[in-house]
Design a protein around this ligand. Structure first.
Ligand code: ZN
Length: 401
């Protein structure tokens, strides 16, 4: 018997043990009746403890529904036997978080649906510490409208709407009155969870009985791949803690950028535009530099060496590839970005030992490198590039005698 549907607030109960079986690591207990929810509707299972009369103690680490039977997967100490009367206790903190989160998920989806059209719930994932809603949306989910949906959610929480369960005949389902995935309904009846006058959805999960138990709700993370969005949310005190942390980050960022929260977006957009413009200018300058490269001669060797900043490394590779076609040409290019990028290349006909030169140079920038016998490249510490290039040029002289 499923006590969690009769009374979702039942924290402890007694039951007769129907069966006990064992694997190497776990004990599987089936009870005559249970309040342990086996997971469903995206909601994670319950955990807790089962205590026998003769001192047996089974820690329930997972609850599962298998072939219509609820199995309590336990770590058992002592003995619990079939027919025995046991005392059972849920990890209530865990279950109550899951109930609140699950109800919040129904409500949040409805709120989002009021501001975005044709949303579809792909699935939800209600676990301890992570509450996520997976939605397909034909249009992009923007923060403007998400914020409106969050406002509505918090208003619905404050209104203290009742959460009611109805059982509806399967043939009644699919008329658009409530959300349902008919192919997933096994019996003849559908369990419908209603947030009174606000939302209806077929669901096998366990929910709170009033929206005010959610306390407060906020989105904490939004990601997407194509039209599939993952919305993570938090509720209650944790939601407030999250917002305080975000506020701190916002204030810190304002202090760095010397602006105020209400101007932060505009400041960021301005900086982004300026950055783009500067990148374009840098690109132009770099191209000019590349065009004006002059070699220095060391004996017969024609050395092209230069350090660039923010150059497209691919472009630099192409240029080096071009220059090594010149007779006796040796190329040593550095490129400063987040990392220091280094290219060492020579005309393939030349006899100098590029590998030895490269080994020493890349050791200086503490970088990883690879390539061909006449063309190597890799990345390391940007601030060490000058030193590495200087060493490479010196070594060429030594090797050449
Ligand atoms: Zn549900």
């Amino acid at each position: 018997m499923e006590l969690y549907y009769e009374d979702p607030y039942l924290k402890s109960f007694t039951s007769k043990v129907n069966s006990v079986s064992y694997s190497n690591s776990h004990t599987f207990i089936v009870l005559e009746r249970t309040a342990f929810f086996p997971g469903g509707g995206g909601q994670s299972f319950d955990t807790g403890i089962i205590l026998g009369k003769k001192g047996g103690s089974a820690k329930v680490v997972e609850t599962r529904m298998e072939k219509g039977q609820i199995i309590h997967i336990c770590v058992l100490e002592g003995k619990i036997e079939p027919g025995e009367e046991v005392q059972c206790k849920l990890d209530w903190e865990r279950r109550y978080e899951l109930m609140r989160a699950h109800t919040a998920q129904h409500m949040f989806f409805q709120c989002l649906s009021r501001f975005f059209s044709n949303l579809y719930v792909v699935k939800d994932n209600i676990d301890v510490g992570r509450h996520a809603l997976f939605i397909r949306s034909p249009e992009p989910l923007d923060f403007e409208r998400i914020a409106e949906a969050e406002k509505l959610a918090n208003q619905t929480i404050k209104e203290g709407r009742r959460v009611i369960v109805h059982w509806v005949k399967k043939e009644e389902a699919g008329k658009g009155d409530f959300r349902v995935k008919l192919d997933r309904i096994k019996g003849n009846e559908v369990r419908v969870v209603e947030i009174e006058g606000f939302d209806k959805s077929a669901c096998s999960g366990v929910h709170v009985v009033n929206t005010n138990e959610i306390g407060f709700l906020t989105l904490t993370r939004l990601t997407h791949e194509g039209d599939e969005y993952t919305l993570e949310f938090e509720f209650g005190e944790k939601a407030k803690d999250f917002l305080l942390e975000i506020k701190k980050v916002c204030m810190d960022t304002c202090s760095i950028l010397q602006t105020h929260p209400e101007l932060l977006e505009k400041t960021a957009e301005k900086l982004k535009a300026e950055n783009l413009m500067m990148q374009e200018q840098l690109k132009g300058l770099n191209e000019e530099l590349l065009g004006r490269l002059e070699p220095t001669m060391k004996g017969e060797i024609k050395i092209y060496s230069k350090i660039f900043s923010g150059m497209d490394s691919k472009k630099l590779m192409e240029k080096a590839g071009e220059l090594i076609k010149e007779e006796n040409a040796l190329i040593i290019f550095g490129n400063k970005g987040e990392k220091g990028f280094l290219i060492i290349a020579k005309n393939p006909e030349m006899s100098i030992d590029l590998k030895t030169i490269a080994e020493k140079a890349f050791k200086i920038i503490e970088g990883k490198w690879g390539g061909k016998e006449y063309f190597v490249s890799g990345a390391g510490k940007a601030e060490k590039l000058e030193e590495a290039i200087k060493s490479a040029i010196e070594n060429v002289g030594d090797l050449h005698g």
